[in-house]
Write a new protein. Structure first.
Length: 424
């Protein structure tokens, strides 16, 4: 009798749980992607073809169509995943690399990838694949890898060179970093070894930091970096400085601190100088402005009058994390040779709401800006405005063009890969 009573009690409890759970309709899953629907221009569709991969960073597509995903943290001991599409879904068919990081690129039969201090490459076989358990060749070692801006995005040109971002471990090269009232170091000693883009040989093993050449300077942290085959030049997107309002409230109000300085998309040539830390770009005045740490008053140009200016400028602190040029034929003609930029989203626009968390399209003609940029994919945060990046449901990070001309977008929160297609 006791067992029967216990059984009846158990069934009663289960019934109560289900009755409560479904009193207001079916239970909605609490997965962070539950309320994410990307907003796109008419005719475009975004489909999540893979999920739960890990903390996705940059991505690249191989000649055979496989998608290579670089992870910020190792998953099952591996930092690079290889995905293959079939039936509208992408499955992991290979994984390799015992290092995490951001940069990945594929060129001339090799997969290149970076951690925060080194760059490696893997030779692809006749099928265009990396053999399981293949040992990496070390291309570059000894790069600066500090706690601030340590990621090493990479790009390759068509002349056997590889370009590596070395971000400045600083906000504005102050004597005391991010301290109110601290003056900037003049000259900024960091520029000898960071705050720019360095060039190395793509086919030479075991290069050290001193084997590279500083290709461009005055760039705080270029997270998006890509070679443009149409004009044969390097392009980059910079994470601009922080704290104009917080450190100089006598010069900047809250709104100016949120919107300034502009995030910049740059056409980078050998010897370019974009002015960091002495200068920042003001998109309202359309010119480089002298930073307050160096005597600026938010209007004065001073030494900044002659530094290089961006191809395109975006609102402050959006955090442009990747950049690609669209060369496919699936999307309408207006997108041909233009740029897509993935914005990871801000953390420091307070007390205003955080912004970014989108992918924008930048129209280009002959490598130069041809009109205003427009938001292409939005809705990653999953609802209303947010106060912190921790509230974002997803955050776009990496971009790549699929073999069929679609656009891949990687997400660094839930490990999702979106595929954006156009239906004529």
């Amino acid at each position: 009798m006791k067992s029967v009573a216990l059984k009846m009690m158990f069934l009663a409890v289960i019934s109560l749980i289900f009755a409560t759970a479904f009193a207001n309709g079916p239970v909605k899953p609490k997965h962070p992607r539950a309320d994410v629907t990307l907003k796109l221009p008419a005719g475009f569709t975004a489909t999540p073809i893979a999920q739960d991969l890990g903390k996705n960073r940059h991505i690249a597509v191989a000649p055979n169509g496989d998608l290579y995903v670089k992870l910020e943290k190792l998953k099952n001991g591996k930092g690079i995943l290889v995905l293959r599409e079939s039936g509208g879904k992408a499955k992991v068919v290979n994984s390799f690399g015992d290092f995490a990081g951001t940069g990945i690129a594929i060129k001339n039969g090799y997969v290149y990838a970076s951690n925060d201090q080194e760059v490696f490459r893997y030779k692809m076989n006749a099928k265009g694949e990396v053999e399981p358990n293949q040992k990496a060749e070390k291309i570059i070692t000894g790069l600066i890898g500090r706690r601030q801006h340590e990621a090493k995005p990479i790009a390759l040109d068509n002349a056997g060179n590889i370009y590596v971002t070395i971000g400045a471990p600083s906000n504005s090269c102050q004597t005391k970093d991010r301290e109110k009232g601290s003056k900037g170091m003049d000259p900024c000693s960091l520029l000898d070894s960071a705050g720019g883009i360095w060039q190395f040989k793509a086919d030479k093993l075991n290069q050290t930091y001193k084997d590279g050449a500083r290709y461009a300077t005055g760039i705080r942290n270029a997270m998006g970096i890509e070679w443009n085959d149409e004009v044969n030049d390097l392009y980059a997107t910079q994470h601009g400085r922080d704290g104009l309002f917080q450190m100089f409230p006598e010069l900047y109000n809250e709104e100016q601190g949120a919107e300034l300085p502009a995030e910049e998309m740059m056409r980078v040539k050998k010897g370019s100088d974009f002015g960091w830390p002495y200068c920042y770009y003001d998109q309202m005045q359309n010119k480089k402005i002298l930073a307050p740490e160096y005597g600026g008053d938010k209007m004065k140009q001073g030494r900044c009058e002659g530094v290089d200016t961006p191809v395109a400028a975006f609102p402050g602190h959006w955090a442009p994390n990747d950049l690609i040029f669209y060369t496919g034929s699936q999307f309408p003609e207006k997108y041909r040779n233009g740029a897509f930029v993935a914005f990871h989203g801000s953390w420091n626009r307070a007390p205003l709401k955080q912004k970014g968390y989108n992918v924008v399209f930048v129209p280009l003609q002959g490598g130069a800006l041809n009109g205003k940029y427009e938001v292409f994919a939005d809705g990653f945060i999953g609802g209303a405005d947010i106060d912190s990046p921790d509230e974002a449901k997803t955050r776009p990070c990496g971009l790549a063009q699929a073999a069929d001309g679609s656009l891949y977008i990687s997400d660094s929160v839930t490990g999702t890969i979106w595929k954006v297609t156009y239906n004529k």
